[in-house]
Design a protein around this ligand. Sequence first.
Ligand code: CU
Length: 232
Amino acid sequence: MSQSKTASTGRTALAIGVVALIIGASALGYAAYLGLSQVPSQLSAVTANVTCSTSQPCANKTIRLDWTLDDTGQDRFNPQYITVLQGDNLTIMLITNDTTDAHTFTLGLGLRGFSSSTLFQLNNSWTGLSSGDFITPVNGFFAGHPDGCTDNNGGSASCNTQKADCVGVVGCTGSNGNCDNTAANPPPCDLWSIGYLGVVSVPGVYEFHCFYHQKGGMFGYITVLPNKGFSA
Ligand SMILES: [Cu+2]
């Protein structure tokens, strides 16, 4: 018990360090940080030491990302910043209850040792939602269920997006019905999808974004902390 508590305290200290680094990077210029693919040297010097491997991961963690709006009404992920440990085994859950726009969770798989152009993607789109205005051409009313999802190796995967029921709400179309962003009062369109990301093996800071709203600022970062106890 004492050993795991020590590790936990160490991780908390590391997380605080990461926040400080992010704040520092913001001060230096955000653009410089966007291209960062390796952990800063200051962070590498405070490596965690938790024994685990790809076949015996440090921990199983489900990361839940909600769609939300910021104070100015822009689309955002909540949370935007995520910290995990090299050797953690991750599952991603994307929950979006936007009545008008589709959203994705799109992440380069460099954190699993693939090329950063190899993508993991969940897609919470649905009939009757819009792409929003940040991509061209704008799709104001999607037809059909989502596609374009990819798995934790970057391979094509069927999207498992589901729609919650909305019993008793005016305009509700149920769990199998369409969304309708053209309705005078668009009914709830609560969507969720889930994908297994697997063991993150390469420490670093990795951007994730929404395909439709990346240009509007709907992106965030996963920091994989270095763990010298991890073996592939
Ligand atoms: Cu989006």
